[in-house]
Design a protein around this ligand. Sequence first.
Ligand code: DGL
Length: 269
Amino acid sequence: MKHVGVFDSGVGGLSVLKALLGHLPMEQFDFVADERYLPYGDKPQHEITDRVLTVSNWLRNQGCKAMVMACNTATAAGANQARAVHAHWPIVGIEPAVKPASMMTRTGVVGILATTNTVASERFKTLVERFDPLAKVIAQPCPGLVELIEKSPLPRADIEALLNPVVAGLIQKKADVIVLGCTHYPFVADIISDLAGPGVAVIETGMPVAKQLKSRLESEGLLWCKEPAADLLDRVRFYTTGDPVAFKNKLVNLLGDEWAGASIHFLTI
Ligand code: DGL
């Protein structure tokens, strides 16, 4: 049975992995957290493109049957390049949910929270232009937020202090939908919702990505249709280019005690 490779700069990809495990109960995954190079969001784009190519080569050499880029920043900086190198290998990327948000808003104003690199990318600008007639999109980078979400336990007071002016700015401009355009942010969605108040929808993209992977695997004849792996822990092999002990702490903190027995492998790529 072949695994699906999933990667992010860090724990953000776990918000996507959670949706993948739920929506594709027969599949197994290789999860790479590229924590030595975190945060991707503030690095020069060409460095992120290099990391995307390095990690995708590694996952492909591991024998993965497909790859999910569980990172908006990596998708913006390297999805086209990875697809050019790995033709005929299914690659599913992730981008901020501008389309659903533009269709959902009643005020006509959508707020997007994302990394500095995602907001600055050509891919994002094109995405926003495409839905321009439907809604006004206000993109708001959140430097420093990913680093706080990488701490375990989550420093909730610091996160709230960072997000407070950002969310207040969006509400002042009448945004009634806030898109989480970075896979780390769903782990603080409750804080964002509380700050935004009732009547503001906060949307993430884990489940749409899981659905897209499923239909891609189906159409390529790669979907695993036999019995699921007996144990949740057998369904994912975790790798980090950072500190395995620290990653394990974060994994348990963010996804729950059922992951306490997971082994985290150190990766030098
Ligand atoms: N989780 C990544 C994303 O979805 C970015 C995190 C980072 O800046 O490293 O954009």
